[in-house]
Design a protein around this ligand. Structure first.
Ligand SMILES: [Fe+2]
Length: 165
């Protein structure tokens, strides 16, 4: 029996993601690359198990409600976030944020990353339609992905079968 409630954990992750994203925007506005990179690494760590679980458990379980096309769209949103995370890591890895980058970082976060927690919260609307057994299996899988603890970009490069160019 899993020790966690998968949907509660999902929602708690989104709260953390929201705060980290807003803090990265603030750090970018102040051109504080060290702080922004530290926040991005936290996001990378949190996002790996979260995305892996969504793609392997959550989205497949919800597919019977919203259909395969919408599931494909959700995967493509993850593709965009992985691409954005690589872009942000490249900028912040230089150790400084230029004036231009201080405008680019918030724009990338707002257009490519923030829509996910907003939309993913909405998906929890369907969790009440899942069976107890499904929720239990999902909770066990969430625990397992966290225990494995692959960071987002590590998972995207090494485990995820869908590749992002
Ligand atoms: Fe999510």
């Amino acid at each position: 029996m899993a020790k966690i409630d998968a949907i509660a954990e999902l929602k708690a992750d989104h709260v953390q993601v929201r705060d980290i994203l807003l803090d990265i925007i603030e750090a970018a506005n102040r051109r504080n690359a060290t702080k922004a990179l530290e926040l991005l690494l936290r996001l990378d760590k949190l996002g790996g198990p979260h995305f892996q679980w969504e793609e392997e458990s959550f989205y497949p379980a919800l597919e019977r409600f919203f259909g395969p096309e919408y599931k494909e769209y959700l995967f493509s949103v993850h593709d965009r976030i992985i691409r954005a995370a690589k872009q942000l890591a490249e900028i912040l890895g230089k150790g400084e944020i230029t004036e231009e980058e201080s405008r680019k970082i918030p724009a990338v976060i707002r257009s490519e990353v923030l829509p996910h927690p907003i939309e993913c919260e909405g998906l929890t609307l369907f969790s009440g339609k899942l069976t107890k057994e499904e929720l239990e299996a999902m909770a066990e899988h969430f625990e397992a992905t966290r225990k494995e603890g692959l960071a987002l970009l590590e998972w995207a490069d090494k485990v995820r079968t869908r590749k992002v160019a």
